[in-house]
Design a protein around this ligand. Structure first.
Ligand code: GLY
Ligand code: MN
Ligand code: MN
Length: 437
């Protein structure tokens, strides 16, 4: 499963059409990062670079030079090297890039410093990811200065620097059919992993053992990496929003919150389920859980082309605030409690985020100061939660330390939204039935 070369070519063409035709785009690949002596973190390609190239090797650079006669699409990459490839793995090399990746012109990466100032000649604007990496910013300045040093030979250096991510990230925000297919597959696999965790969960297990079940399902189905560090929080650990120590024992009578999603073919998924460690919700757990589910259902009703980004969040806030009043965790007028943001003691994050190649994907949330209108092909999470601080003395003891989040990935459609992660149960009775099997 991957994005085909035609679609990659279409992306590059679309980007070039958005650029000035005498501009030039320069986008670097990711580098390897040391984890400890002689070992590196698993390599992950930079999302922008991968979006345009489909090329997964480190130490590379792509250049797009619209209307350049010798070729518009140039890539610098690691050269073929039998000795290095014996130790580190296969390389495509420049010829492989031309043959297999639709590259017009490819060079070894050590040609870059020499060739790049030439590629800038006669171009008025450089598009690159400004400010993402200070080392790269300095290199662009260096290439620009080399081009400027040649003005007396009649060469016109670029005069403007432009952040390519403004153009690119708007493109990435709207998913194509093939991207939606991969995101749906990632969602299905993510859902299977959560079902596995529900099936395996028993009191006395450690959080990391449930994490291992999740990772097993991902990896054995071709998703070698999670899209982010999995959160497995038993009991009050669920109230720590980014908990990932995952090293405590799961107690009988507690809930466990699992926020975990795989990365499949370069695309993320992001699912949270909260369920009882022993397979049966207690009464207070069930009441708060039902409220979070009601908030999620209400928010999902507000995901639809033509509605604005803030509408699902505002709807969830209203349902949660009303529910907290009904259950006695908050007291007062719902409108006033919302105005005073009293719900933030229990629900302190927003409803979700864009999702795609990055779990917190790119794309603006506001346009010209207003919340963005949703369009078909946008993909986002809907993830309300209620987290009752264990030290909260303003609520009855039975609520303290309960943390619940329910999170799904959805694709915006004209009619509403399509849930991509819906295979894992979330109704309390359905969770109990699954866990009883
Ligand atoms: N797992 C990250 C998030 O839910 O935003
Ligand atoms: Mn999320
Ligand atoms: Mn999540």
């Amino acid at each position: 499963m991957s994005i085909n070369t035609h679609e990659l070519a279409r992306r590059r063409r679309d980007l070039m059409l958005k650029m000035s035709s005498s501009g030039v785009a320069i986008i670097p690949a990711a580098s390897l990062t040391t984890r400890s002596r002689d070992t590196e973190y698993v390599f992950r390609q930079d999302s922008d670079f991968f979006y345009l190239t489909g090329f997964a090797e480190p130490e590379a650079m792509m250049v797009l030079a619209p209307e350049r006669e010798e070729g518009e699409y140039i890539v610098f990459c690691q050269p073929k090297d039998a000795e290095k490839e014996l130790w580190e793995g296969r390389r495509e090399g420049p010829d492989g890039l031309v043959q297999n990746y639709g590259v017009d012109e490819a060079h070894a990466i050590d040609e870059l410093e020499h060739m790049l100032p030439k590629l800038l000649q006669g171009r008025d604007r450089i598009y690159y990811p400004v400010g993402q990496n200070t080392g790269f910013d300095q290199r662009v300045t260096g290439w620009l200065n080399s081009a400027k040093a040649k003005v007396r030979s009649g060469i016109t250096p670029p005069r403007e620097l432009s952040d390519v991510t403004y153009l690119l990230h708007e493109m990435r925000l709207l998913k194509s059919e093939s991207e939606l297919t991969i995101l749906a597959a990632a969602g299905e696999l993510g859902a299977r992993a959560h079902i596995r965790a529900m099936n395996k969960c028993k009191p006395g297990m450690y959080e990391y053992q449930l994490e291992a079940e999740i990772l097993h399902e991902f990896a054995s189905n071709g998703a070698r990496s999670p899209a982010y560090t999995s959160i497995v929080g038993g009991g009050q650990n669920a109230c720590i929003l980014h908990y990932n120590a995952n090293d405590q024992q799961l107690d009988d009578g507690d809930l466990v919150l699992i926020d975990a999603g795989c990365e499949l073919a370069g695309y993320a998924t992001d699912i949270t389920r909260t369920f009882p460690v022993n397979g049966k919700f207690s009464e207070p757990q069930r009441e708060l859980y039902a409220l979070v589910l009601k908030a999620q259902e209400a928010a999902l009703e507000k995901v639809k082309a033509g509605l604005r980004w803030n509408e699902p969040h505002d709807e969830a806030v209203r349902v949660i605030t009303q529910g907290l009043v009904d259950l006695g965790l908050l007291a007062g007028e719902v409108d006033v409690l919302i105005e005073d943001e009293k719900y933030k003691d229990f629900y302190m994050h927003r409803i979700g985020h864009w999702l795609g190649m990055d779990v917190h994907d790119v794309g603006a949330y506001k346009i010209g100061g207003d919340w963005r209108v949703m369009e078909p092909g946008m993909v986002m999470t809907v993830e309300p939660g209620i987290y009752v601080n264990p030290e909260n003395q303003n609520v009855a003891a039975k609520w303290r330390g309960i943390g619940i989040r329910i999170e799904d990935v959805v694709a915006v459609t004209e009619e509403g939204c399509r849930i991509l992660t819906g295979d894992v149960p979330k109704a309390p009775d359905d969770i109990e039935a699954l866990m009883a099997m």
